[in-house]
Design a binder for this molecule. Sequence first.
Ligand SMILES: Cc1ncc(COP(=O)(O)O)c(C=O)c1O
Length: 396
Amino acid sequence: MAQFQISLPALERNARILYEVACASGARVLVALKAFSTTAGLAVLRPYAAGCCASGLYEARLGARHLGGHVAVYSPAYREAELAELLEFAHHIDFNSVPQWQRWRATCLAHPRVQSGELQLGLRINPCFSTGHTAIYDPCVPGSRLGIPAEQLAGADLTGISGLHFHTLCEQGAQELIDTFRAFEKQFGSLLASPQIRYLNLGGGHWITKPDYDRAALIGLLREIREMYHTEVYLEPGEAWAIHTGVLRARVLDVFESLGYHHAILDVSASAHMPDVLEMPYRPEVYTLCPGGTGTPALSLPGEQYSPAGTPGEKAHTYRLGAPTCLAGDIIGDYSFDHPLQVDDTIILDDMSHYTLVKTTHFNGVPHPDIAVVPADGSVQVVRPFSYTDFESRLG
Ligand SMILES: Cc1ncc(COP(=O)(O)O)c(C=O)c1O
């Protein structure tokens, strides 16, 4: 049975790095739950995180319960009942458009938690400054619905607003953030400098836990913003907390040749279990079990060694790894191996903790991989088994 496996020590390694950035810069670093929300993993992050970044009521409730601390919410639009509940426990609520702010302004300003300052209200800004290369992940593409551009903000009634928020990056470095902040500063610097603004949220997309990320440059920028603008600064990465902390362990169900290709059908689906492989798209690293192998996936179990798969043709045996679904394009990719693949071989799909577990489906009724955590002793502890009843009950 396929299984998502999450390394708890690897989560803690990332969390320590983010905590160090928070301590050195004075910024508050939240966990974006949209990237990772397995509660057994959040328990590890909790001591290091300032709180959560939530996309709406459900994530906000999860964060309040399993991370504690600060609850920052941003949604492109709020429902009445959702907002009423958020007003009772969130600490920041950010609005995506001037009409959303106008619609909810009176309700928010009448609330005692807003009046006492316990809950602050902000606007998501769009600095219209793209640094990414993948349009589907770029909130600054022409025609974007995410965030308020400068010309839309001009003339709006900002009474009651005390925060600004932008999110434009995706898997990017400190320099892209610096460039984006400078573009933001040119357009919104005078508003940021006004005493009305008490927090600035720099969104997510900061790949802070990547070994070559320039953390000194990030810390320098965060300190500069805090000192120059006398404002609290928030970061809300998701991926950086959970990157390189887990694998999806799959099994070969069939091997055959057709139309000039060698196919291996796995018991997992890109569409149902790793949608970013198709959406982004990207090519995950793949490993096989191999005594004496020197590969290092995100998670290694005691007594196992791993060999990395190569690009097509690099090693002796090339296969197209595909899913047991009807979708013709449900293909993980073409990989080569030292040995021919056989039914029941284990295939390790690397780096599958972030933006995978949160996006899975039961498409085609493919059994959902169980979710397991692996503490430092290397034991595999299933925290969420899945069965037929999950499939049957999901769609009513
Ligand atoms: C508003 C907002 N904040 C934070 C994040 C987290 O980004 P990442 O996981 O890339 O760090 C996202 C991701 O889409 C987002 O839309």
